[in-house]
Structures are given as C-alpha cells and as structure tokens.
Ligand binder design. Structure first.
Ligand code: ADP
Length: 344
C-alpha cells in the first residue's frame, strides 16, 4: 500500500516540478527568440544606415541589397538550437527530480508508515489480549449450560469465575484507554505544583492492600520537593512502579521508594529485592504488552505488560527519563528523572 502511495506522491512531485520547469522554459524561449529577432532587426537597420551615411560622404559604398543582410535560416537554426537545449534541460530535470522525488516521497511517508505499523500492532495485540479472557468466559458458560444437573452452588461458582474474568477485562480496557490517551492527547494535560510527598503517600496507600497480602514492607525516603507536574499521572507512575516492585518481590520482602533533588531534577528510585529481570528481557520491559517469561514471574502475579508502557508515556509527558537496572533473582531498581520546573 505504501509503495503505490510513494509512486503516486512521486508523480505529484514530478507533475508540479515539470509544470514549473516547462512554463519557465516557454517563457525563456519567448524572451530569447524576441531578443534574437530584435537583434537581427537592429543590425539590419544599422547596416542600412551605414550605407546611407557613406553615400552622402566621399566614399561610395554599393547600394544595400533589397533582402535581409542577416540569413533568416541562421535565425531559425538558433531558435531550434534553443528549443533542443530547453528540451534536453527539461529531460534532465525530469530524470533528476524523478529520482529525488521518489527519495523525498519515501522520507515523507516513513513516519506515517511507522505510525500505521505501530497502530496495527497495537490493535492486533489488544484484540489478542481481549480474546483470552473472553474465550475463557465463553467456554466456562458453555460448559455449564450443557450440564443438565447444574445446581445453584455451581451457578454461583460460575458467576464468581465470570466476575474475575470481567474484572480482568475491565483492567485491560482501562489500561488500554489510558495508554492511548497518554499517547494521543498529551496537550490536554494540565501541570500544577505538586508535593511529591503527598503523591508518594497516596500511591503507597493504594498499594498497601497488596503489600499486606504479600507481607511486603514499603519504606519511603521521599524528600519534601515541589514539582510542576500532572498530579494524577505522577501518582499513576508511582503506583505502577510500586505495584510491580511488590508483585515481583518475595514474601516478607522490602521495597524502597525515594525521591531527592539533584541539579534542577527530581530523582525518584523504586528498588526491590525480588525476582529481578533477566538481561534478555531488560531492554524490552517498556514495550507494550511485553511480559517476561511467565514461568519465571509466576502467572498468578502477571499483568498485561502495559504498566511500564504507561509509566514511560507519563515520564515522557513530564520531559523526563526512566530506566531500570536489575540483577536476575536479586532485585530491580527503577530510576525516574523529572525536571522540577519547565512548563511555565
Ligand atoms: P505487568 O503488568 O506485566 O507487570 P509491566 O509493563 O508493568 O507489565 O512490566 C513488564 C514486565 O517487566 C513484567 O511482565 C515483568 O516481567 C517485568 N517487571 C517489571 N517490573 C519488575 C520488577 N520490579 N521486578 C521484576 N520484573 C519486573
């Protein structure tokens, strides 16, 4: 599809360039032939004048012949020569601008092609992720419907399982929606002065039920810094990092959250002593739908691989950076650097 668009775009470039070039050539031809005609006419007048002047003087020159002193064939030759030169020039322009136009059309379409490819991948990944809980839900309902002796207890179990699947679908669609909002409409976000201590406390509060369940302790060393940011998305970023840190920690583990100021930047770190990330997975963890090997991470705790993609978008919106360091089976540290002031 993009190849034919590239050819069409090249055609349009060529059409515009050639229209300009041909119009320019016609004008140049008109000017040159007019100048040539004028030149030969003037020369003719001058020569005739000289004959007349000399006849009035002492030296007698022969009477000028009654035909033009300038050979009209020579004039026609010159005109034809100009035409061939202009045709040759236009052919050159056609070839060069064709090659250049094809190259430029490729360059112009490249970002659009990448965007469309990414969009298609996103749609196909999203539909694939949506299909899994939907299929599970459908087959559970079908199996139970076929059972003629289905009692009320079984119906309850089925409904409970269905709610779990629906919850998963809800989480997935929420994540997809937020990710697409961050990716497509960053201009709508409003930045205000935010206390990172407050944001961090709220994020820890949100994660505490999960932390309690796994008996994980969250230690906070967040300094009282005010930053220009979008409070909800900043909290979301911390929730994602803390959620992962707790999720991938061992029971009774410790997670440390810190924030400090360095050179006009706020540096946030979230460290855990959990399962770690292998060197193979580390470069991909910020990719959409990327999950490390489920056997390692234990399927019960795995999400949809969207958390860190959302985190990356939030950091990007705040003109910051995010990175991860990890030692397999020892733990992981996520570091986020955000400018304290920027958007005013
Ligand atoms: P998920 O919802 O699956 O956790 P994320 O995008 O948040 O998705 O993370 C992507 C992958 O990165 C996870 O599947 C996990 O394998 C890995 N990961 C992220 N954070 C940690 C961590 N703190 N410790 C170990 N692995 C992690």
């Amino acid at each position: 599809m993009f190849h034919s668009t590239r050819i069409r775009l090249t055609g349009w470039y060529l059409l515009i360039i050639m229209a300009i070039s041909i119009a320019f050539s016609v004008v140049v031809y008109g000017i040159l032939t007019r100048e040539l005609n004028q030149f030969s006419r003037l020369q003719q007048i001058r020569i005739e004048q000289r004959f007349q002047d000399s006849n009035e003087g002492e030296v007698q020159l022969p009477v000028p012949p009654p035909f033009p002193l300038f050979d009209p064939e020579l004039l026609e030759d010159s005109q034809q020569h100009i035409v061939s030169l202009l045709v040759f020039l236009n052919l050159g322009i056609l070839v060069i601008s064709g090659a250049l136009g094809y190259f430029l059309a490729g360059r112009t379409l490249q970002p659009i092609e990448t965007m469309v490819e990414e969009h298609n991948r996103f749609v196909s990944d999203a539909s694939h992720e949506l299909r899994t809980p939907l299929t599970a839900l459908k087959s559970a309902i079908e199996v139970n419907l076929r059972d003629k002796k289905l009692d009320i207890a079984q119906v309850r179990t089925l409904l409970k399982q269905s709610i779990l699947e629906v919850d998963k679908l809800e989480i997935l669609s929420d994540n997809l929606l937020r990710l697409s909002q961050y990716e497509s409409a960053p201009i709508q976000l409003r930045y205000t002065k935010v206390s990172i201590v407050k944001v961090a406390d709220d994020a820890i509060q949100k994660i505490s039920p999960l932390a309690k369940m796994k008996k994980v302790t969250i230690r906070s060393a967040v300094k009282d810094i005010t930053i220009e940011a979008q409070p909800e998305s900043l909290q979301e970023l911390l929730v994602i990092l803390l959620d992962n840190a707790v999720k991938y920690s061992k029971e009774k583990g410790v997670v440390e959250l810190s924030a400090r100021k360095t050179d006009g930047m706020m540096k946030i770190t979230c460290a855990d002593h959990g399962i770690g990330i292998s060197a193979k997975d580390l470069p991909h963890i910020f990719d959409r739908f990327y999950r490390a090997d489920t056997a390692r991470t234990n399927t019960k705790t795995s999400g949809y691989g969207l958390g860190l993609s959302i985190a990356k978008q939030v950091v990007k919106l705040h003109h910051g950076t995010i990175s991860a360091e990890s030692v397999d089976k020892k733990g992981t540290i996520f570091t986020v650097s955000l400018p304290i002031q920027h958007f005013s």
